[in-house]
Design a protein around this ligand. Structure first.
Ligand code: GLU
Length: 484
């Protein structure tokens, strides 16, 4: 059996879109699942769309997500160069374009902009397209030679017959047939000498021995033209897997507007790369059971591309948040602290509370790091709150009862020297028993007084320990006067 070889072939045009990340991930998984090779190729022949720094974003993202390529610009596997602008310098694209001309499958076109503009037809969405009328296919060999020797600008076009049809197979969409008359004679080599993406992509996939091509389904409509190129050369067509659309919750194509369309957006919003990868894996693929949490290694083991499905995949940011929370819960304490620290430092600037202690309290309570602020802000300062929250049915306590408890507890907390959670807990329990109060009847008002919140990531005595005596006593006093 031939070795499976896949490639991620991004055009460096900006941030790494979730759709691109999914293509890269699926290519990686298909290769690794089968013990094959995964390769990175940079498709930078479209000089107009090239964005400075975008190549570095690609390298960085692949690094952070663990999608390690076996071959690429960083590591030659015998199929280099791996950057199309460098491949171009070897003359490879021109050589193959000329081979097609020899075969009658391509031709020189010298039409100028004016003539092409006159061919433009209005199509839906107000966009006009040019269906080339094969004018230059009619030029004699002599005319072509003359134009070339005069240095007339030219492009090279694919020659697609007007009759007949082209059929190709996609693993998801099945057999697709299009009438050749609907296919434009697309440009293979541009007037600047660069190949188009469409042509370079085919030449490279073949010359780099790529067996499986995975990409977004926006490429489905161009595929018949690619298949015709493979056939014209007599090359084997790779296995095509065109992936379903990714939409936002409103079922619109996921776009920059949604605010979380790229890997960098998500990282900036505090998501973990491993959670993002896990989530993206499920945008169009599912395992046999309902399992949802997968490490990259587990995905490699489970990923059968025959289980990719066609319906659009909805990018649900709430679901990703939930998943991220699961990764935080499972994270090693020290690693969690290290990552949470900058957020804690920012939220608690100017206080001397023990950040590590707080980190261990919030670990299972947040979904993403930016949640930290709202969880811990009360350690810095008690927020404005309504007295009514002292009243609590479950603990059978009201404002008056709370005031009484706080007044009795105040001298105890002033006297107490050991402010460890255990010692405080034992001392307050002793007080509750002496009064015949239930545990919660005492802890409830203390926790509200210390935090001003109904929900806190820690219990009353844990908060006392973290705040320390001076601050705790001051907060209890303030609460008493608020209740007076
Ligand atoms: N360079 C193309 C892109 O970034 C790659 C498409 C493909 O995988 O063939 O969209």
């Amino acid at each position: 059996m031939e070795k499976i070889r896949t490639r991620y072939a991004p055009s460096p045009t900006g941030r790494m879109h979730v759709g691109n990340l999914r293509s890269a991930l699926y290519e990686f998984l298909i290769a690794k699942h089968a013990g094959g090779d995964f390769m990175l190729r940079i498709e930078d022949t479209d000089q107009e769309r090239y964005v400075e720094g975008a190549v570095d974003i690609i390298y960085k993202t692949m690094d952070e997500t663990g999608l390690v390529a076996d071959e690429g610009p960083h590591k030659d596997g015998g199929y280099g160069p791996y950057v199309q602008s460098e491949r171009m310098k070897t003359g490879i694209y021109m050589k193959y374009a000329k081979e097609l001309i020899e075969k009658g499958e391509a031709y020189y076109c010298f039409c100028d902009k004016e003539r092409l503009d006159s061919l433009k037809t209005e199509v839906v969405d107000g966009k006009s397209i040019t269906i080339y009328d094969k004018h230059c296919l009619g030029l004699s060999k002599e005319e072509v030679e003359k134009n070339l020797s005069e240095g007339k600008p030219f492009v090279i076009r694919q020659n697609i017959p007007n009759e007949g049809s082209t059929t190709f197979h996609d693993e998801l969409y099945g057999d697709i047939t299009v009438e050749n008359s609907e296919l434009d004679d697309m440009i293979l080599i541009k007037s600047d000498g660069y190949p188009t993406y469409n042509f370079a992509n085919v030449v490279d996939d073949h010359t780099m021995n790529i067996t499986h091509v995975v990409r977004g389904n926006e490429y489905l409509s161009s595929s018949p033209k690619y298949v015709r190129l493979y056939d014209a050369f007599g090359w084997k067509v790779p296995v095509y897997i065109h992936l379903p659309l990714i939409t936002d919750e409103e079922h619109h194509k996921l776009s920059k507007r949604s605010g979380h369309a790229s890997f960098e957006d998500l990282i900036e919003q505090g998501f973990l790369p491993e959670a993002v990868i896990n989530y993206v894996a499920l945008l169009g693929w599912s395992p046999e059971d309902n399992r949802e949490i997968f490490s990259l290694d587990e995905l490699i083991k489970e990923f059968d591309y025959h289980r990719i499905s066609k319906p659009p995949a909805v990018f649900d940011i709430q679901k990703l948040k939930w998943m991220n929370g699961e990764y935080l819960k499972a994270m090693d304490e020290d690693k969690f602290y290290e990552k949470a620290k900058p957020y804690l430092e920012k939220a608690l600037e100017g206080t001397s509370v023990d950040l590590k202690k707080i980190a261990s309290k919030i670990k299972t309570r947040i979904e993403i790091f930016p949640d930290i602020e709202s969880q811990v802000d009360f350690f810095k300062k008690v927020p404005e709150y309504d007295k009514e929250i002292y009243t609590n049915k479950k603990n059978k306590i009201d404002e008056a009862g709370s005031k009484a408890v706080l007044e009795e507890v105040l001298p105890i907390l002033e006297e107490q020297t050991d402010y460890s959670n255990d010692a405080l807990y034992a001392r307050l329990l002793e007080y509750a028993e002496s009064k015949g109060y239930k545990n919660g009847y005492v802890m409830w008002p203390i926790r509200i007084a210390l935090s001003g919140k109904l929900m806190t990531p820690a219990g009353a005595t844990e908060i006392l320990e973290i705040l320390g005596k001076e601050e705790s006593v001051a907060r209890i006093k303030a609460a008493i006067s608020k209740l007076s």
